[in-house]
Design a binder for this molecule. Sequence first.
Ligand code: M6R
Length: 603
Amino acid sequence: MCGIIGYSGPLEAKNILLEGLSQLEYRGYDSAGIAYFDTASTVHVVKKTGKVARLKEVSMPHHSHCGIGHTRWATHGGVDDINAHPHRAGRVTLIHNGIIENYHSLTQEFSLEDRLVSQTDSEVAAWVLDSFYDGDPKSAIKQLVERLEGSYGFCVMFDDRPGEIYGIRSVSPLVAAYTHSGALIASDLTALIPYTRNYFVVPENHIVKLTGYKISLYHMDGSPAVPETLEVNWNMDAAMKNGFPHFMLKEIHEQPEALKNTILPRVVRGLPDFTDDQIPDDLFTACAQVHVVACGTAMHAGIVAKSLMEPALRIPVTVSIASEFRYEDPLIDEKTLVIIISQSGETIDTLAALRLAKSRGSKTLAIVNVKGSTIARESHHILYTHAGPEIAVASTKAYSVQLAALYMISCRMALVRGNFSRDQAVSFLTKLLDAIPAMEAMIAQKDVEKELVTHLIQQHDTFFMGRGLDYAFSLEGALKLKEISYIHAEAYAAGELKHGTIALVAPGVPVIAIATQEHVFSKTISNVREVKARGAFVILLTKEHKDIEDGLADIHIRIPDLDDRFTVFPIAVILQLIAYYASIGKNLDVDQPRNLAKSVTVE
Ligand code: M6R
């Protein structure tokens, strides 16, 4: 979850590190720090609790051409200056993203109790590395990683090696590039794209060495290795706010474009076609069941897919939370298609789920946004979404494109399995594309949500409800509201509310009711009447043509009359905007809500 950057080259390193940390801050923002060699080869460490902006205020008088920087999401030890990275241990200066699970036993084994100044697992790793260091960095790093259990991305400097940075990773991501401006290494591409479009993913079990004039990659035995160069397919503009007050609002607006970028290159003669993705049809025909695994918003996209796929394909479609799935004994086998969904491609639980699925002989298909990410590289097949970088912690455009990918998979599966005729598949895809203008219409009327939140933000609780697909949409609406407005929100299958939860519906409590599914419309409306009778403040979301009795809804938002299966796209925009404006209304940090980080690379 933490952000990591290292630089060695002709430019002022402190500036590059601090700017890079601003780009990486969405990974964690409890504290930030940098360490650098000055021109006399002395190492300086500056670290501060809070955001990168606070670190930037600290005076750093020396010039520097080599350094490392870190923005922290706390795991071990509280949020304070001492636990902030970088950590110094003897001749070693180190930054870390991940969790060292055996740090306790290492502390005892290496008698570190009296040396440690912080409560972090990372400092333990730094001291163990120092104990192995005899002037040969690669040998010391090799000995260190042989002793570590857990996940890590490290960048390390040794006092007697000015100008050099060493990187090593297991699970946690690291990318590196040699550019006209010097050598760079970082936890994500966002820190590299101001300098280059070409980069490589640091492979696990390899050591990368940066100097001012080159980058070298080594196997663990010290022999040279050849990095596989990749090209990033988005530019700096994509990672900037471009006039929007927040990344989240920008990313909400980017959804129609992101959908087009994800869908259109895969349409051939009106049908979904994955030839260019090298996804063969027998992946879809050979399976007897589908198992979708993901976390958070991505998992909610999976729940929508289940409701869509099961009736179309007539085979079981199961959705699992990755952090549960990985410790279960799931009923999957070589006849199971496991679909893994992850925006970042680095979520540790989702990655573990992927590995478990492969170990059971299942075929895996990953829907991932970040090119070259670990999940993308490890999955048998990969369907990239083309949303561009998603910077706001609250996922918006990634959800829409994950849905688009799932809808296309569902359509292709139904076609090749004989559930859809060619005409039905063409019609399905046409309707998917029709959802894009419907989203645009909802974005254009965003003032509706801006006004309605005035009531919402005065409340402690909010309930979302719907039936069938509408229930699946509700789950995501509640998560969005919770994570950025800190208003307690729960999603309920509308018929389930009266089995307990309706006890919480008192006068004024907001209920956001979604009723876009024709076959259960009247049932959901009956449930709305039940909450209204108890004084709820009802925000009702229906299709355009629906007549609703006076007094049932305090606010009624209408979406275009789409086929029931596609209403998620405009509904998602409305729910995202409600959460966004609620957060603004409470004067909160929309893009970097408390306690969260964008990429969850720890368990
Ligand atoms: O990168 P991933 O898609 O694997 O991330 C999964 C979740 O951590 C993510 O969707 C999270 O729930 C978002 N903050 C929700 O907005």
